[in-house]
Design a protein around this ligand. Structure first.
Ligand SMILES: [Zn+2]
Length: 472
């Protein structure tokens, strides 16, 4: 019996090497290691083929059998499925890949998909999937791993929108830039994250070039924050719409013992507001605008509410402040451009230098003696004092650094000069009258400027008496 290799044609044989499990094999000639399936009508086709190193199994098309075929082979490294024309398609059923088996893409297996059944510890290599010394978090069992192991090779996601037949890039994992980028190609492609209760928890509106928290985009606004309804225990130190938590900023630049101009935690630069058309006027503008103090809603009563509250620390207003009006006359600063005054209040005390006749009524002549009035003044020598809370006389600053004060005591002076004593609602309170602690009323004070007119009058009366005495 001749050796199979000596036969011109191969065919079915019983393999000899595995006698305990006899197996049927198909042998192809060493001089032409092909096995082909083709239509009988094509038996005369010239395949124009060179003898391959490894046996190959071909299936030819009926239409153009010489050029349209697929084949299977193994080149000692990999099992190869190839198609001479067109691609390779699984025409029915799912294409399954077993657990922990990679789908490797690229001749050099550059990109990999693998369903891994076991957990993978952080920073742990996985052959052909995570190479080198990976920088990775721990991955739980039954995870899909997608990896591109080519240096600087990206992973990108594209789709064709309904708008046309053009592919558009949505997501890119840019290896050379070490960045995850949405919409790097810059088209009108929104990025939206939906929370449990908010459809638009976070939206980057590409068409409007806006960033939005809690709402869709608005072309006129770069960033919107729309918190929606929230509920929790009240907390004075927590912003319920926007909360900036504590953190530490470290000056890593200024030299030891050096001085820098300062530092800010939240800074807002002056914006420029321009107009498309010429000669446009805005009556009021602000870099930061607060509409109003919070509004008490259902079941709620506020004791007090503020539109702006700095709970601690000095509030510095280098440009001055303007109270309740746009008029420069209501401007408080080191150098105001106002040409008059308006009435301001601290508590119930007015700050107003206006002595205009038009702000006064019930004007009647005073026929009393200013000298008599002065003689009844509370005895000043008893009223030599330090101020409570004014610090020590030995300190270099604070009200008491000046030493002791000479002045009137409001309670002692109210009968003498009631128009100059601001006692407020405590005027009839026994505690206030006696100078005892009182939780109900504000402290009294003397408005010394109201003592000036009668003192002037007293000087006039003294002058008259001097003139009289001289004339005798
Ligand atoms: Zn009182």
């Amino acid at each position: 019996m001749p050796s199979p290799n000596e036969r011109e044609y191969g065919g079915f044989f019983r393999a000899r090497g595995d006698e305990d499990v006899p197996q049927t094999v198909i042998l192809v000639p060493i001089t032409a290691r092909f096995m082909r399936v083709l239509s009988a009508a094509d038996f005369a086709v010239d395949f124009n083929a060179a003898n391959p190193t490894d046996p190959q199994f071909f299936i030819h098309s009926e239409t153009t059998p010489a050029t349209n075929y697929g084949y299977l082979s193994h080149d000692a490294t990999e099992f190869i499925i190839n198609s001479n024309a067109g691609g390779t398609r699984i025409a029915g059923g799912p294409l399954g890949v077993a657990d922990d088996v990679s789908i490797e893409l690229g001749t050099d297996d550059d990109s990999v998909l693998r369903h891994r059944t076991a957990t993978l510890a952080a920073n742990t290599a996985l052959t052909d999937v995570l190479i080198g010394t990976p920088v990775s978090a721990a991955t739980p069992a039954n995870s899909l791993l997608i990896s591109n192991v080519t240096a600087d090779g990206d992973i990108a996601f594209f789709v064709v929108s309904a708008a046309g037949a053009n592919s558009e890039e949505y997501i890119r994992l840019d290896a050379s830039a070490r960045a995850l980028i949405i919409n790097e190609a810059s088209v009108d492609l929104d990025f939206r994250i939906e929370s449990n209760g908010l459809v638009n928890a976070f939206v980057i509106d590409a068409g409007n070039d806006s960033v939005n928290f809690g709402s869709a985009g608005d072309v006129a606004v770069f960033m919107t924050v729309t918190p929606g309804a929230r509920s929790s225990a009240p907390n004075l130190g927590v912003g319920h719409a926007v909360d900036i938590n504590t953190s530490t900023f470290t000056d890593s630049n200024t030299a030891a013992s050096g001085t820098a101009t300062g530092s800010n935690y939240v800074a807002i630069a002056a914006p420029t507001i321009a107009a498309t058309n010429t000669s446009v006027t805005h009556t009021d503008t602000a870099t930061v605008y607060i509409n109003a103090a919070p509004i008490a809603g259902t079941n709620m009563t506020f004791t007090t509410s503020y539109a702006l509250w700095a709970d601690a620390g000095i509030t510095r207003l280098d440009g001055g402040i303007r109270i309740n009006t746009t008029s420069a006359n209501a401007h408080i600063s080191e150098a105001t451009s106002g040409t008059g005054t308006v009435t301001h209040y601290i508590g119930n005390q007015t700050i107003n230098t206006t002595s205009d006749k038009r702000v006064k009524n019930n004007i009647t002549p005073w026929n009393g003696s200013a000298l008599d009035w002065v003689s009844k003044a509370p005895v000043l020598k008893e009223f030599n004092y330090n101020l409570v809370g004014g610090g020590s006389q030995t300190e270099g600053y604070g009200p008491n650094a000046r030493g002791k004060y000479l002045g009137f005591i409001a309670q002692e002076s109210i009968d003498w000069a009631p128009w100059a004593i601001n006692a407020g609602a405590g005027k009839s309170c026994v505690k206030c009258i006696n100078g005892e602690p009182c939780d109900e009323h504000a402290l009294w004070h003397v408005e010394y400027q109201h003592l000036v007119p009668p003192l002037v009058q007293a000087v006039k009366e003294l002058r008259a008496e001097v003139d009289y005495l001289r004339s005798r």
